[in-house]
Design a protein around this ligand. Structure first.
Ligand SMILES: [Zn+2]
Length: 273
């Protein structure tokens, strides 16, 4: 009975965090135990964050690690034989190709290719991919999350560092610079950007020197800084409920105080800091 009382008391004191909801299954090459500890701490932090936006259950995510990028490519080709993204490129053969990662929503699987290139760098990429898992779970059964939101949140978590004092956000200066240049050149069309499909996002990413991820990161950061929790959650629920062909920019404009002109102004202010 005392045990039962104690258990009930614990449930009452810690209602928000349930470790059963942040399960991770490790497969492939082993990760150092210190790295696993950091991943699980970050997953707990992500759970707190996403559950405050309405996520009810996160479901188990599998993290498959390949020490060698070449082995990783081989695995990805076994899943997607016709996808040109997983055909080894010449620079991969000569330089090892660095780290790469991908999240496969259907399988709830994050694959990390080439951990031999460094554990710290791998951790940031793992945080990025795990954020995709949480975002997809948040939009489960709803319309797909807009690409800028999905990548912006992933970039946000990628840039978090676990310190003794807690979680610290380190916004890369270079990302601000890229967005500032885009605005100064008059090349930012925020309305168009908010309505981008994945294909359009990737095209801009290729054509504009990797600016898209930075712009997504800055946009999400400014929204997080300037919207109240209630406004942020309204935004998420309206995006979840939106009809497939509706304009995401209209939803953002209706919730952000001052609409898109104010958002654009505050984006410029943020990158100028
Ligand atoms: Zn991503």
């Amino acid at each position: 009975m005392r045990k039962l009382l104690l258990a009930l008391l614990c449930c009452a004191v810690f209602p928000a965090i349930s470790w059963s909801q942040v399960k991770i299954k490790y497969t492939g090459d082993p990760l150092p135990s210190k790295a696993m500890g950091k991943i699980e701490s970050m997953m707990g932090h992500m759970w707190d964050y996403y559950s405050s936006m309405g996520l009810k259950e996160a479901m188990e995510v599998e993290l498959k690690v390949f020490k060698s990028k070449k082995e990783g490519y081989r695995y990805m080709r076994s899943l997607y034989p016709d996808d040109p993204n997983y055909i080894e490129q010449p620079h991969d053969k000569t330089m090892g190709g660095g780290l790469a990662a991908v999240y496969i929503p259907k399988k709830k699987l994050a694959v990390l290719l080439g951990i031999e290139h460094g554990t710290d760098e791998a951790l940031t990429i793992i945080y990025h991919e795990l954020s995709h898992h949480y975002t997809r779970m948040l939009f489960k059964g709803a319309t797909y999350p807009p690409i800028w939101l999905n990548e912006g949140l992933a970039e946000h978590f990628e840039c978090l560092k676990l310190k003794r004092s807690g979680v610290v956000s380190e916004f890369p200066h270079a990302n601000k610079g890229k967005v500032k240049t885009l605005i100064m050149l008059g090349d930012l069309n925020l309305e168009k950007f908010l309505n981008f499909t994945q294909k359009e996002f990737m095209e801009m990413q290729r054509n504009e020197g990797q600016t898209c991820y930075s712009l997504a990161h800055v946009t999400v950061t400014v929204l997080l800084e300037n919207l109240s929790v209630e406004q942020r959650n309204t935004l998420i629920s309206q995006l979840q409920k939106r009809p497939v062909n509706s304009k995401v920019s209209d939803i953002v404009a209706s919730i952000y105080p001052g609409g898109l002109p104010a958002l654009e102004k505050e984006i410029l202010e943020f990158v100028s800091r």
